[in-house]
Design a protein around this ligand. Structure first.
Ligand code: CP
Length: 302
């Protein structure tokens, strides 16, 4: 039987994503407390890039479900010395029951999934961050009810997290308004995919237009991991008008919430008054990575 990979939201039927969310909510409520559905299972976690939330939430989640993890950075493995991803996938599949990979290149993720005989989970690439979006949808719905038909406004870099918001908008049926600088727009083929799917995804360069009447305002760091070489000063100049501050939040609905996948940089993409203010749900978002990823692990491992 083909392994159940969790690679990107656009590859799923909405029903399957809803099922994973339901499991995540169940785990959060403690419905499976005491049972160890993943007893004896081992997850390998491969990191090309740093992580706090992804690393700790997957490790804690796996252990709470009765399983265990082995964590490797590219410095620890022969990947860092030229062994292919395909060979690494074949070998790891003989030792572990699932692989979670955070990597710079989408090609590495695809190659891992192609050659692994166990489920592969996308823990972030330069192109997407699907586990984050599952936590974000869960968090929005905890605070504001069903996300279908709601308006989400993104203000900032059209990066990997923004791309997964586009996937989520199509799969969960909400309106997504992206405000990005012309130089940092999401990929054209992604937006074309959303249009072809009938998604309600719009683009603007004006943050105030995007957030007008929105139910939720979202942003992310100006320098995503791997962007350090792309010119810090230039990116700061481009993104400064997209900073989420109280003036921008005031243009959203009075009960609009603020989301950010973290890590945050106060005074850059968001002010301290917003991220530490009453409309921010960022700590729930971070917590929900744990619960929803337990749902993802349970789905992948049957
Ligand atoms: N949001 C997120 O993925 O956090 P980490 O980079 O700390 O894993």
């Amino acid at each position: 039987m083909a392994p159940r990979h969790f690679l990107d939201l656009d590859r799923f039927e909405t029903e399957a994503l809803r099922h994973v969310l339901d499991m995540g909510r169940g785990f959060k409520k403690g419905e499976a407390n005491g049972s160890r559905p993943l007893a004896g299972k081992m997850l390998a976690m491969l990191f090309d890039k740093p992580s706090t939330r992804t690393r700790v939430s997957f490790e804690v989640g796996m252990k709470q479900l009765g399983g265990d993890v082995v964590t490797l950075s590219s410095r620890d493995t022969q990947l860092g010395r030229g062994e292919t991803v395909a060979d690494t996938a074949r070998v790891l599949s003989r030792y572990v029951d699932a692989i979670m990979i955070r990597t710079t290149s989408r090609r590495n993720l695809e190659e891992m999934a192609q050659y692994a005989t166990v489920p592969v989970i996308n823990g972030l690439t330069d192109d997407s961050h699907p586990c984050q979006l599952m936590a974000d949808v869960m968090t929005f719905e905890e605070h504001r009810g069903p996300i279908a038909g709601k308006v989400i406004a993104w203000s900032g870099d059209g990066n990997n997290v923004a791309a997964s918001w586009v996937h989520a908008a199509v799969k969960f049926g909400f309106e997504l308004r992206l405000a990005c600088p012309p130089e940092l727009m999401p990929p054209k083929d992604l937006l074309e995919w959303a249009r072809n799917q009938g998604g309600k995804v719009t683009l603007t360069h004006e943050p105030l237009d995007a957030v007008a009447g929105a139910d939720c305002v979202v942003t992310d760091a100006w320098l995503s991991m791997g962007d350090e070489q792309k010119g810090e000063v230039n990116r700061h100049n481009l993104l400064a008008p997209y900073r989420v501050d109280e003036r921008l939040m005031a243009a959203a609905k009075p009960d609009a919430i603020f989301m950010h996948c973290l890590p945050a940089h106060r005074g850059e993409e968001v002010t301290g008054a917003v991220i530490d203010g009453p409309r921010s749900v960022v700590w729930d978002e971070a917590e929900n990575r744990l619960h929803v990823q337990k749902g993802i692990l349970a789905w992948c491992l049957g």
